[in-house]
Design a protein around this ligand. Structure first.
Ligand SMILES: C[S@@+](CC[C@H](N)C(=O)[O-])C[C@H]1O[C@@H](n2cnc3c(N)ncnc32)[C@H](O)[C@@H]1O
Length: 420
């Protein structure tokens, strides 16, 4: 299939659709509120503009699955990578819901309705999961992230999900996703950029009660199930880690639609530590470190002594400047590791895209210690060195650094040149 030629600068979208809030209310979007996610309109608009005839879509940083979910609804087979097991779980259940037959959907809706109607009564009669309680202390030691009452309810939810799992896997998975989407909200923590403790003022407004929050979430999921269409094409997990796709047979994607981590210090794994613990992916206080070693280095805590040693020649001046000016030498290392690893990801995209294929990357720039890092420009150079040609560079919206410096969010559109 030949991807149609597209018009330059024909991509238009309201800035809000490049963020999670832009998709609020769209079906399946609010199953897990992920700050870094974009809206389905963003994916749909990119497909319409740059690859209206696409059959295969690839997303190497899937988050909660916005790209694969919407591509599959539109009839494109999609492949995705996502390193965080919590987000893979959210994407996996969306995939299952999209593939239910009419009959299975009716049954699922009956079961989930019954579950939510009886939840308040049933949860109180359940014994808390002592295994998850012990794991909490292994992972977080004496840190207190929940009120005692909420903590007991969280442990009861774990036990209830385990009980349902033996009878109805889909229902158990739906309840698990409903609970993880409420964990931070109902805890003493708050997601505000990174996760932090709620302030006294925030606590004084009251913390939402867990059982009623989960019931509300189940009802939202039910409504979405009723409204969402069936997927027309399948979606597949290509690999967990997008740095490890070169050895896999090429999927020959027509288009890549993605938003990689920004070089802005977001601590992707620490932000989901409660959810990771709840789904039993955190074993002890070292587990977060193991995950951080696998992500594309983008936060200061991702840097270890082995990271950041390979400095791509095109950033060597910037590296020296950062070493001189930044308050912490890990910032220079974080930057060098980021571009080195993004090069590996781009090599994977080159391998998995067909000749003439399109690569759309949503990315923002950064500033550290008054040193401006033009992430988008550096990625353009790396991609060009690998054989992609830049087709468009669009400013999607203006952003600001914590210190008030003006930054941007850009859409980079590349084409993989026909190798013939
Ligand atoms: C900006 S978010 C993408 C959000 C996504 N567009 C959505 O709509 O949910 C970047 C994602 O990349 C993931 N990530 C970071 N390093 C990765 C790696 N090496 N392989 C796969 N995913 C990775 C993070 O966990 C995060 O979910």
């Amino acid at each position: 299939m030949q991807v149609e030629l597209f018009q330059k600068s024909s991509f238009e979208i309201e800035g809000k659709h490049t963020t999670h809030s832009g998709g609020k209310g769209e079906y399946l979007h609010d199953w897990y509120s992920y700050l870094e996610g974009f809206s389905s309109s963003f994916v749909n608009q990119i497909l319409k503009t740059y690859a209206p005839n696409a059959e295969i879509v690839l997303e190497p940083f899937a988050g909660v699955g916005t790209t694969p979910v919407n591509s599959s609804i539109l009839g494109c087979t999609s492949y995705y990578c996502e390193i965080n097991p919590v987000l893979r779980k959210v994407t996996a259940i969306k995939n299952k819901i999209l593939n239910l037959s009419d009959e299975d959907k009716v049954n699922f809706l009956i079961n989930i309705n019954e579950l939510s109607e009886n939840l308040s009564k049933n949860i109180l009669g359940i014994e808390a999961s002592e295994e998850l309680r012990a794991k909490y202390y292994d992972c977080f030691d004496k840190s207190v992230f929940f009120s005692q009452d909420t903590f007991e309810k969280v442990l009861k939810f774990r036990a209830l999900i385990d009980q349902i799992l033996s009878k109805d896997i889909l229902l158990a998975e739906a309840l698990e996703v409903a609970v993880i989407s409420c964990l931070v909200k109902c805890s003493l923590l708050k997601r505000s950029g990174d996760v932090r403790f709620k302030t006294a003022k925030e606590l004084s407004k009251g913390v939402p009660e867990l059982i009623s929050s989960v019931i509300k979430q189940l009802k939202l999921m039910m409504e979405d199930c009723k409204n969402c269409p069936q997927a027309i094409a399948p979606m597949y997990l290509l690999a967990n880690n997008s740095k490890e796709t070169l050895e896999i047979k090429s999927v020959q994607a027509d288009i890549v639609i993605t938003s990689p981590p920004y070089l802005n210090g977001t601590n992707y794994f620490r932000n989901t530590k409660l959810e990771l613990w709840f789904i039993r992916e955190l074993l002890n206080n070292k587990s977060l470190r193991t995950f951080r070693d696998q992500v594309v280095t983008s936060g200061i805590n991702d840097v270890t002594k082995d990271k950041g040693k390979e400095i791509l020649p095109l950033i060597s001046d910037l590296y020296i400047e950062l070493l001189e000016k930044a308050y912490d030498s890990r910032i220079a290392k974080m930057m060098s590791a980021y571009f080195y690893e993004m090069k590996i990801v781009l090599e994977g995209l080159m391998h998995h895209t067909k000749s003439d294929g399109v690569i759309c990357i949503d990315i923002g720039d950064s500033i550290y210690a008054n040193v401006y890092i033009p992430t988008h420009k550096i990625l353009i150079k790396i991609a060009q060195e690998l054989g992609f040609s830049l087709y468009e560079e669009i400013l999607l919206r203006k952003r600001h650094s914590n210190g008030g410096a003006e930054l941007g969010q850009f859409l980079l559109v590349f084409k993989k040149e026909d190798s013939k």
